[in-house]
Design a protein around this ligand. Structure first.
Ligand code: NAD
Length: 248
């Protein structure tokens, strides 16, 4: 049977469907992924610009060399058909929580109701001294690094390399993964831990794994029940339309 139709049938008949998304779902919104052709890491060294040790050592360098450009890119990004396809599935009552590794906030902007952000959200900046939060949109970048009124340096409210995933996000994701019937895994290279183990937990608990990616990943020929090869925008839009055709 056609893999997309088989996937749509699994979604249409499941009790609990969740999604795990990675950088790939936002590529069509103009945000490059971290790995592969055209990726951010082809241009800059993650250990030099995205590790907490580098930030603490020289926040001015990391703000100038990485975070200002990141903010500019995220400010302009809008949800694409991939994000909207997941919203369509939620509106059909066929998708619950989205666990995302992304920091761009595009699932919430698209209208998804329950999003677990594994790595935080760049939309907020946190003062490293007083812990105060401000929206990134209002951040004064005339002098770098940006500072809070208390004098502390602002950092994005995201998880840098070398930092822990918030325990609550991890615990809830593990619990959802072990109780879902279907997991849709979109645009992740599935190599960054601990996010990469979430589909494995789902599979070991009996879930049907649907993977969407233009390129095969370590999951594709191991735990994925169906690999829908293609870009998230087209595949998720078509998948949502096919599910709709099956249930109405
Ligand atoms: P990754 O960069 O390691 O891998 C991206 C994956 O997306 C690849 O497998 C690639 O084949 C696939 N892809 C490329 N174009 C696609 C498309 N149009 N549709 C679907 N898939 C596509 O991403 P990752 O596995 O999420 O891990 C990287 C980490 O970097 C994440 O933990 C995340 O926090 C962070 N990150 C976030 C953003 C963002 O917020 N948008 C962007 C880059 C990196």
């Amino acid at each position: 049977m056609d893999p997309l139709l088989r996937s749509a049938e699994a979604i249409a008949s499941a009790h609990s469907v969740i999604a795990l998304t990675g950088a790939g779902i936002s590529v069509e919104s103009g945000i490059p992924p971290f790995r592969g052709a055209g990726s951010l890491w082809e241009k800059i060294d993650p250990m030099e610009f995205a590790h907490i040790g580098s930030f603490l050592k020289n926040p001015e360098k990391v703000w100038k060399g990485f975070l200002v450009g990141m903010k500019d890119m995220l400010d302009k990004a809008r949800p694409n058909d991939g994000h909207m396809g997941l919203v369509a599935l939620e509106n059909l009552g066929r998708l619950g929580t989205i666990i995302t590794q992304n920091i761009d906030g595009l699932h919430q902007l698209a209208g998804s109701g329950d999003v677990i952000e594994f790595h935080g959200n760049f939309a907020w900046q946190r003062c490293m001294d007083c812990d105060g939060l401000v929206p990134s949109s209002g951040l004064d970048l005339s002098s770098l690094p940006p500072r809070c009124a208390c004098g502390g340096i602002y950092r994005p409210d995201c998880v840098f390399f070398g930092e822990m995933i918030p325990e609550e996000s991890l615990a809830r994701s593990r619990s959802l993964a072990s109780s879902c019937d279907v997991m849709i895994v979109v645009g992740t290279s599935a190599v960054v831990q601990p996010a990469a183990m979430i589909p494995v937990i789902a599979k070991n608990s009996g879930a049907f794994i649907i993977e969407v990616n233009p390129e095969p990943t370590p999951l594709s020929h191991s735990i994925s029940d169906r690999f829908l090869q293609g870009k998230a925008g087209h595949v998720l839009k078509t998948l949502a339309e096919t599910v709709k055709g099956l249930i109405v």
